[in-house]
Design a binder for this molecule. Sequence first.
Ligand code: ATP
Ligand code: MG
Length: 229
Amino acid sequence: MNAITSQAGNDSQLILALSKGRIFEDTLPLLAAAGITVTENPETSRKLILPTNDPHVRVLIVRATDVPTYVQHGAADFGVAGKDVLFEHGGEGLYQPVDLNIARCRMSVAVKAGFDYETAVRQGARLRVATKFTQMAREHFAAKGVHVDLIKLYGSMELAPLIGLSDAIVDLVSTGSTLRANNLVEVEEIMDISSRLVVNQAALKLKRARLQPIIEAFERASQAQAQPA
Ligand code: ATP
Ligand code: MG
């Protein structure tokens, strides 16, 4: 194969980066709206590159926090990532055309039941805050003028206030049942979270003919889903 045909071949191939679990599940109906069906299940397959019914489209299965990185560097042409993940990543090199309204939850501050958060903040106490979302937490407390010592964790944030590692946590909340089960109280909402379509900026130009119809189908399907019942 000469260089020109192989380059043309690459330009016609699309790679989508998704994380397993809720983002994968919630993206399937959007893909269906674009005529794309993933033909293997990431929960049972050991493959990290999944085929679809469209020979031009393949799906990479990566950690949720790695999706923006794959797309930024062009290893994937497009992907789906939560606003929380995009906020921590910074969004460099990413075009974010559509809020997909999937994987909805909120970023909140929570404390152990009985901890007087309002008073601690009013009195200017220095707070120890445990979180996976250090960028989000840093900006939130800086905007409030609250001094914090951030403690970076990678999971089970709920444990930190219970065991005295921190005064507060910054974490994603949906129903609040995990907080309740651990005797924690949500004291402040930082922002609503949903997932966005992210597209590599160079791919958007070079592969526009293939990407644009998919972006538009995702947009239509996510708007239809977002409408109140
Ligand atoms: P891992 O579980 O592999 O450590 P993760 O926790 O980042 O990674 P998920 O739990 O699949 O991965 O979360 C992916 C995205 O889904 C998050 O970045 C967030 O935007 C959203 N999300 C997280 N928790 C919830 C929730 N309880 N309800 C709705 N959406 C959520
Ligand atoms: Mg998780």
